[in-house]
Design a protein around this ligand. Structure first.
Ligand SMILES: Cc1cc2nc3c(=O)[nH]c(=O)nc-3n(C[C@H](O)[C@H](O)[C@H](O)COP(=O)(O)OP(=O)(O)OC[C@H]3O[C@@H](n4cnc5c(N)ncnc54)[C@H](O)[C@@H]3O)c2cc1C
Length: 342
């Protein structure tokens, strides 16, 4: 039977929201996760679980990632970067290859086991910080408005709620990836990222999922019309330099990702409304966002659990706990900037 009162509402059932929900529930707080999509929800993603992410799953959820959420090849051996001038850099690191719908749903199931409640197919469409609580408006009128101690926004890239709250503009890039039947002379155990400007304003990528070849490109939202040109250039390059042969296009998808800037600014939130994960700005260069989503969600949950009655202390603790994460993101940037001039 669903509770009608909660300490905390979490917006979004991605890895950030699931981690946050699990830790809060483990600390005895009543938590409702509100997910606008029907679960398990689809998320366009390369599904690369780096070693750090696998370690966080073990640390926060006390489980190994099960084979049931993985796709072939199960093991990822690392990343190969090709810079603006075509120079190759190989980073060996053991990780996994997953389907996001299964992986995210697995994390959420662990949060539920800890006592978090989840509703899907319902959006958080607004909230008002009333000082001693937050009034949250849900898209389902029958559920009415809910008053909680804190609202945690983990809504991911689009950030509709955040933009409403902060009255800020969208700042994102558009990703396009297509899945093909075919052949290529590249090792399917690696994730390949190409930084040449003729393929993308960001990076172009190649990886393999359950036998399908996945090729993707990205563009700033103002030059979305160039996606086709970038993709055509990238396919031609992969055909000429890596023996790509396409038998059939299986599916294609466009998505968005926040514009990752080197001088990343994190929006932590304030009062009784906090942000975590991608919507807060926690995202590594090259778009690796699962680990920093989970880590920021964990730190925010810890800060709230330790300072439940003191919103200002929560903010200070959250900022302090994420200092190492920000330093890690900065080191990732430094590494990428050694490889690429752009
Ligand atoms: C093409 C592509 C490839 C990527 N590849 C990788 C990769 O290989 N490895 C990696 O680590 N990262 C990758 N990323 C980044 C990664 O997907 C994100 O950083 C990560 O999903 C962020 O997690 P999150 O929980 O913060 O947000 P999300 O996973 O986006 O979850 C947010 C959830 O909130 C829900 N939501 C939004 N608004 C509302 C609302 N108002 N009410 C209720 N629910 C709402 C959404 O439906 C969604 O389920 C990739 C991204 C893209 C676009």
């Amino acid at each position: 039977m669903r509770n009608d009162t909660y300490d905390i509402i979490i917006v979004g059932a991605g890895p950030t929201g699931a981690t946050c929900a699990k830790i809060l529930a483990d600390n005895g707080l009543s938590v409702l996760v509100v997910e606008k999509c029907k679960l398990p929800r689809y998320k366009s993603c390369s599904g690369m679980i780096i070693a750090k992410t696998a370690g966080l799953v073990k640390e926060y959820f006390d489980v190994e990632i099960p084979d049931g959420v993985k796709c072939t090849p199960y093991d990822n051996y690392g990343m190969v970067f090709v810079n603006d001038d075509g120079k190759e850099y190989k980073f060996e690191q053991r990780g996994f290859n997953v389907w996001r719908s299964e992986f995210d749903n697995f994390l959420l199931s662990k949060a539920k086991e800890s006592g978090a409640e989840v509703i899907d197919g319902v959006s958080v469409i607004g909230c008002e910080d009333l000082g001693d609580c937050v009034e949250v408006t849900l898209s389902d009128r029958d559920m009415g408005k809910k008053r909680v101690k804190y609202l945690i926004d983990c809504e991911g890239a689009m950030g509709v709620l955040k933009r409403k709250l902060l009255n800020c503009d969208k700042d994102f890039i558009v990703t396009y990836q297509a899945f093909y039947d075919g052949k290529i002379n590249l090792d399917p155990h690696y994730f390949y990222a190409y930084l040449q400007p003729q393929f993308s304003e960001y990076d172009a990528w190649f990886n393999v999922k359950d036998g399908m070849l996945v090729l993707g490109v990205a563009a700033e939202r103002n030059s979305i019309s160039k996606i086709k040109e970038y993709n055509d250039n990238f396919i031609k390059y992969m055909q000429s330099d890596h023996g790509l042969k396409i038998d059939k296009k299986i599916k294609e998808e466009k998505w968005i990702m926040p514009h990752i800037r080197r001088d990343f600014n994190i929006d932590y939130g304030n009062g009784r409304v906090f942000f975590a994960g991608e919507v807060a700005g926690f995202l590594n260069p090259m778009g690796e966002g699962i680990s920093c989503g989970m880590e920021s969600g964990y730190h925010l949950a810890k800060a709230i659990s330790e300072n439940l009655k003191a919103p200002q202390k929560i903010l200070t603790a959250y900022q302090q706990y994420t200092t190492d994460l920000k330093a890690y993101m900065q080191r990732q940037w430094n590494l990428v900037s050694i490889m690429s001039k752009r």
